[in-house]
Design a protein around this ligand. Structure first.
Ligand code: 5CA
Length: 444
């Protein structure tokens, strides 16, 4: 893609209401455009990143046996009246009337709708477990939308739902998602810590939030530093192995502020291990048994002939919020350098030819390099403008492709100036550059 033809509206002045670095960068490089309070359009650069995050989220859901569906954004109020949440949800729910005066709503979450889908088709324990998920827009009429796409009104969420025959099996499902979340965030090169959390309007009594440490986060957290050394390596998709994984995390005190108990914290965590800080909630999982299946009559036949209501959990990831969370974790605002993990970078490589007026030789070299990179499925953006070197580098540092190839004074025969963003450059042949980039991409 040529910069001159791309839709990347870079701003010189960032609107003053942008208070955190992810919001500022996203506006600066034109990843998003606000359309009204808490509602954004996703422009090409931002959309490319979000779609790549979505792909990783999807792959990790599929790995634990979850099946993808797509439910609508608009729902009927009837099912919410059945569960009893229509009144409870309050003003955060956007309520709409259709032309027949029927009460509809824009879904803030999908427990009711998925339970309705389940009950219409699954009648026997033999079809359990069922793990269903979709990736769809949600609307919550947040009282104070802020920080750009971090807390907005319309956002993109992966929400999954599990249906099981009893508590034991339901915990097995819960733990599968627990592992899949750790794997998802690892692939996004984020350190996300599971923390015991409150269940709020979703309900139930078992819940974990997955939190990324960041001063600009909205969740206050109280944790034992040793939890950062726990990892999920070697965990198998088996009951015992997954139970052990959760135990490894749960041995350390780690909670969000709604669950905080000062006495317990001080008793369980030595002063030198105490960490009180802030974080961004990128995922949230819940177990709530028959909270929805009972009022909505979602039951299955049991082995002995009796019937029982299925036990359910729900599992959310903020796909659009993750774009901002990755920026918070990786954008160096002082140096104005963003470095995307290659798994979600809008482009893998920025090609930067230094173009003098009426001399197209550097651009020709760039075009030839581009052909070779594209053959190897490496995605590129080429700065084909005749701006000066430093403004070109500045722009590409903001866009944040993990690698840069600069074609100018340092180009020496078939040796090219190649740079991992933010680091010193080196001279390499194109063949070697391709290998380095391919290796990085394969890791993911
Ligand atoms: N039904 C459950 C699980 S599927 C649910 O809705 N959980 S949630 O409310 O915790 O939302 C799941 C994730 O969506 C959160 O962890 C967060 O990452 C993201 N999210 C929630 N509200 C917003 C918002 N206003 N703006 C952006 N992302 C949000």
């Amino acid at each position: 893609m040529y910069i001159s033809k791309s839709f990347i509206p870079i701003l010189k002045n960032i609107p003053s209401e942008a208070k955190i670095k992810s919001h500022r960068l996203m506006l600066r490089v034109g990843m998003i455009k606000q359309s009204s309070a808490g509602i954004y359009s996703w422009l090409p650069l931002g959309f490319r990143v979000m779609k790549k995050i979505e792909k990783i989220v999807r792959e990790e859901q599929n790995k634990i046996g979850a099946q993808e569906i797509l439910m609508p954004t608009i729902q009927s109020s009837d099912i919410w009246k059945e569960s009893g949440r229509y009144e409870d949800y309050g003003e955060e729910m956007l309520r709409i009337k259709d032309r027949q005066n029927r009460e509809m709503l824009y879904g803030p979450t999908n427990e009711e709708l998925v339970t309705d889908i389940f009950r219409s088709a699954i009648k026997s324990y033999k079809s359990l477990p069922q793990l269903l998920y979709h990736i769809q827009w949600k609307f919550r009429d947040e009282i104070r939308p802020r920080f750009g796409i971090m807390r907005c009104r319309e956002f993109y969420m992966k929400d999954a739902y599990s249906f099981d025959i009893n508590d034991e099996e339901a915990f097995f499902s819960y733990n599968k998602f627990f592992l899949s979340y750790l794997n998802t965030f690892k692939r996004l090169e984020l350190i996300a810590i599971p923390m015991a959390a409150d269940t709020g309007p979703i309900g139930g009594n078992l819940s974990h939030e997955f939190i990324i440490l960041a001063e600009t986060g909205e969740s206050k957290i109280f944790t034992d530093k040793r939890i950062f050394d726990v990892n999920s390596d070697g965990t198998k998709l088996e009951k015992k192995s997954l139970e052990n994984l959760r135990k490894k995390y749960e041995q350390f005190y780690s909670v969000t502020d709604e669950k905080f108990d000062k006495k317990e914290f001080e008793k369980k965590v030595s002063e030198s291990n105490q960490l009180i800080t802030k974080g961004i909630e990128v995922g949230h999982i819940f177990y709530f048994g028959d909270k929805y299946s009972k009022p909505m009559g979602a039951s299955v036949d049991l082995p002995g002939g009796k019937k029982d209501f299925v036990k359910m959990g729900s599992y959310g990831i903020g796909v659009s919020r993750l774009v901002g969370a990755i920026i918070e974790a990786r954008y160096d605002e002082k140096k104005e350098i963003m470095k995307w993990p290659i798994s979600v970078a809008p482009y893998d490589v920025s090609i930067i030819p230094i173009i003098n007026k009426n001399d197209t030789s550097a651009l020709n070299i760039a075009n030839n390099i581009n052909i070779e990179l594209e053959k190897n499925n490496i995605e590129t953006i080429i700065d084909d403008t005749d701006e000066n070197f430093s403004s070109k580098i500045k722009k590409m540092d903001l866009i944040g492709s993990p690698f840069q190839i600069i074609i100018g004074k340092q180009t020496d025969g078939d040796l090219l100036e190649f740079k991992e963003i933010g680091k010193e450059s080196q001279k390499l042949k194109l063949k070697d550059i391709v290998n380095i980039i391919k290796k990085q991409k394969e890791k993911n």
